[in-house]
Design a protein around this ligand. Structure first.
Ligand code: GP9
Ligand code: MN
Length: 622
């Protein structure tokens, strides 16, 4: 048999091609990225190449064949792990991994049930290149001599790699101007510069933020304050102080979206108690209200409610900026004689809450240690909502009044598992197990809230309190569009995906009698000033970006953390400006002023948080 002679750099070339193709196939199978034209498809295809050429090319500097092979093998393994982790993360968060999230290791234990549900057997595919590289190393003979590399050849190799990178960046810039300077959207980055380059970019951005704090000074605060003052909304005199002196009970409704309210699933009412509240004279129900969270999910919603500032773009602000100075709502209530707390039957370190709550001036955190979890009282992520809310009322009885507390529910959390005995309605029958179970856990949460209201009335606390309830963020991600489409009986468009970010918000004021449904377009950023004004507390001097929804000056405009936005007539999402009436794309110019405004607002919010600017306010300096 004729002996095959392999060209000198066969292992390197095979590794390069194998990882390149594995990455590309990974893109198309695991990430739901919108590709509009052939050029974008081409960019997606070529984007892993420049990085892989550079990183594998380092092998050319290694003299020993053994070392070189170990290096090539390690790179194929690391790149596979990066792609695999991103795929699993994407299924859960619908986003790509960013560095700060990786450092949230204390979350990983608790996330394990969700991670488990998101790892698929077929994910072994991401390691195809590792297997190919291993086989290549095993079967392709290498002699030390053949590996010597002339420096001219090496130079040429890196010139080609650099050229490919430039072409990649050039084409991307043409497709998406200002990609690297203005983008709030990780998907666009991955689509254009590739996962690997994106992670390098992320590293760069994170270290920049680090430096930002060091470089920030008081003058930037004045600039942000000007913007904030210009947007201040005067309280509505009819509403200011209607709940003065009352306790305020916030309930964070885990993953509750607005589409279930006043709706049915196969003939079953999903939220009978909340539906009743929408018609209750003591309740304001906000039916055109959006969550504004990012990757930090529940913790972002808490951050927004406390500060009326946006969470961070990459990662959870609860982790990245827990050392900042804040003037939170809890601190303000504390200054006004309130006893402030959070009640949540989970580990205190989850989402770094123990640390962040100190920065937010929350006086007491009733974490899992404050609860007794009896036999059968835990499911999914922890304590079930019914016993949690029941025991919380007992704890409330011990609190000095007036108090403010935020109760964070948990049962309606992905993967929406429930014990048989808690299933009040049957599952839905779509192709998405997640959506099918979601209706059942939502129904359970509704029951828990009903019981909570009863218990609160019995405790005597009810009459002297107001109850503010809101969905913390979406529960059903875009990965379930097909099933959602079946439920809503329409094809889900990017416009629908925006509208599905509506979460219900209720303000229940016992004895008030003039409640109604409020259709004003609003969002979580508005909770803080709205509630403070109801309690008769002034917000004129506050460094916050929300507006009282009852105010005549309230602007119907909602900005998402990722730069999407909603106005009364338009929705801007993924570079397209839609007319809400027709559901069709319109002339982009109509959205332009709002895009500008959204960038300004998000920019100032980031400036305040990244620069830790609130440390420069008078109060802090004292
Ligand atoms: C964890 C709970 C859920 O304590 O608040 O967090 P989430 O995953 O929804 O952000
Ligand atoms: Mn949540």
């Amino acid at each position: 048999m004729k002996k095959v002679t392999w060209p000198k750099h066969s292992v390197l070339v095979i590794a390069l091609i194998a990882t390149w193709l594995t990455t590309y196939i990974g893109y198309i199978t695991s990430f739901n990225m919108k590709i509009d034209n052939v050029m974008q498809e081409f960019i997606l295809f070529m984007n892993p190449l420049s990085f892989l050429l550079f990183i594998y090319g380092m092998a050319l500097f290694m003299k020993s064949a053994k070392r070189r092979n170990i290096y090539i093998f390690s790179i194929s393994l690391i790149t596979s792990i990066i792609m695999f982790s991103n795929a699993v993360f994407y299924r859960f968060f619908n986003d790509f991994i960013t560095l700060p999230v990786l450092f949230q290791t204390s979350n990983f234990g608790d996330l394990s049930s969700s991670i488990g549900a998101n790892v698929h057997a077929l994910d072994i595919f991401f390691f195809t290149d590792v297997i190919i590289v291993a086989l290549a190393i095993k079967f392709i003979p290498t002699s030390e001599r053949s590996l010597s590399q002339r420096s001219i050849g090496r130079k040429l190799y890196f010139v080609i790699a650099a050229t490919i990178l430039m072409v990649n960046l050039g084409l991307s810039e043409a497709q998406r101007p200002q990609l690297l300077t203005r983008s709030f959207d990780r998907e666009l980055l991955v689509k254009n510069i590739g996962t690997y380059n994106y992670h390098i970019y992320d590293l760069f951005i994170q270290s920049k933020t680090h430096a930002q704090r060091a470089l920030a000074d008081g003058s930037e605060l004045a600039e942000a304050a000007n913007y904030i003052n210009a947007n201040y909304a005067e309280p509505n005199p009819e509403m200011f102080g209607v709940a003065k002196g009352r306790n305020v009970i916030f309930i964070s409704l885990e993953s509750l979206q607005n589409f279930v309210i006043n709706n049915e699933m196969n003939g079953y009412e999903i939220t009978p108690f909340l539906n009743e509240l929408t018609k209750d004279p003591d309740t304001f129900y906000f039916n055109n209200f959006y969550h504004q969270t990012g990757l930090g999910k529940t913790s972002d919603s808490e951050f927004i409610v406390e500060n009326s500032l946006y969470g961070r773009n990459g990662g959870a602000v609860f982790f990245t900026n827990s050392g900042n100075a804040y003037h939170s709502m809890s601190e303000k209530l504390g200054d006004n004689g309130y006893f402030t707390s959070v009640m949540h039957a989970n580990n205190r370190s989850f989402w770094n809450r123990d640390i962040m709550y100190q920065a937010l001036g929350i006086q007491k955190f009733y974490d899992v240690e404050s609860y007794t979890i009896g036999e059968g009282e835990a499911v999914n992520w922890g304590m079930k909502d019914i016993p949690f809310l029941e025991q919380s009322v007992e704890i409330m009885k011990t609190m000095p009044q007036p108090f403010s507390t935020r109760m964070i529910t948990l049962t309606n959390h992905h993967p929406f598992d429930l014990d048989e005995e808690d299933m009040i309605i049957p599952p839905y029958d779509s192709n998405s197990k997640t959506l099918n179970k979601y209706f059942q856990t939502v129904r359970y949460m509704d029951e828990a809230i009903k019981i909570f209201f009863e218990d609160l009335k019995k405790s005597g606390i009810y009459d002297n309190s107001i109850i503010v309830m809101y969905g913390d963020h979406y529960g059903i991600s875009e990965n379930h569009n097909k099933a959602m489409g079946m439920y809503l009986d329409k094809e889900i468009t990017p416009l629908d995906n925006v509208e599905l970010q509506k979460v219900p918000m209720f303000i229940h004021i016992p004895g008030y009698g003039k409640g109604k449904t409020i259709d004003e377009l609003s969002g979580q950023m508005d909770i803080r000033p709205t509630v403070l004004h109801l309690l008769g507390i002034d917000t004129k001097e506050d460094m916050q970006m929300g507006a009282d929804i009852f105010s005549k000056d309230h602007e119907p405009f909602v900005i998402f953390r990722d730069g999407r936005l909603v106005t009364e007539n338009m929705i801007y999402a993924h570079e397209v400006c839609y007319d809400i009436q027709t559901g069709e794309p319109t002339d982009g110019n109509a959205c332009e002023p709002y895009i500008e405004r959204a960038n300004t607002e998000l920019g100032y919010s980031d400036l305040i948080i990244n620069g830790d600017l609130l440390r420069f306010t008078d109060k802090e300096e004292k």
